[in-house]
Design a binder for this molecule. Structure first.
Ligand code: FES
Length: 163
């Protein structure tokens, strides 16, 4: 089976979908090659912990499942720990992702990083995430795939599997 049960479960029943209207931080990232976009809004407490977060993802099944699991992982975390979540940790949490779909998880982790940095900037603090590639509209994550068993043409499978 291409996707684990947990991926399918999060795709069919994504957690924390929506927008926090009075969010403390907002992150919007995109994947210009496949056209997928992700928006994440966060509420942060005085102790720098993420109290609430919501996401909206217009994208493939893997992008939706990874966004969903990231919101579960990051809830209650410090902003520093949340911004440090890697796509590998996300994939592991889901029981694995097909190699050609690993790049999809970058949307979720990068969206969270952008939201954390937005929160810090709003409070006159230094951002902590460094360069966030998918916040750049010209970035192509398919060309940046680090898994040697990934797709060979560098453009994923060209199909979205969520139909
Ligand atoms: S994020 Fe575009 S194919 Fe998954």
């Amino acid at each position: 089976m291409l996707y684990t049960e947990k991926v399918m479960e999060h795709f069919n029943n994504p957690r924390n979908v929506g927008v926090i209207e009075d969010a403390d931080g907002v992150g919007e990232v995109g994947n210009p090659t496949c056209g997928d976009i992700m928006k994440i809004t966060i509420k942060v407490g005085d102790d720098d912990r993420i109290n609430d977060l919501r996401f909206q993802t217009l994208g493939c099944g893997a992008a939706i499942a990874t966004s969903s699991i990231v919101t579960e992982m990051a809830r209650g975390m410090s902003i520093q720990d949340a911004a440090a979540i890697t796509k590998r940790q996300v994939a592991d949490e889901l029981g694995g992702l097909p190699a050609a779909k690993m790049h999809c998880s970058v949307l979720a982790t990068d969206g969270l990083k952008v939201a954390v940095d937005d929160y810090l900037k709003r409070h006159g603090r230094e951002p902590i995430s460094g360069e966030i590639k998918s916040a750049d509209p010209n970035y192509d994550p398919h060309a940046d795939e680090d898994d040697p068993h990934g797709d060979e043409d560098g453009h994923g499978d060209g199909l979205h599997d969520d139909g």
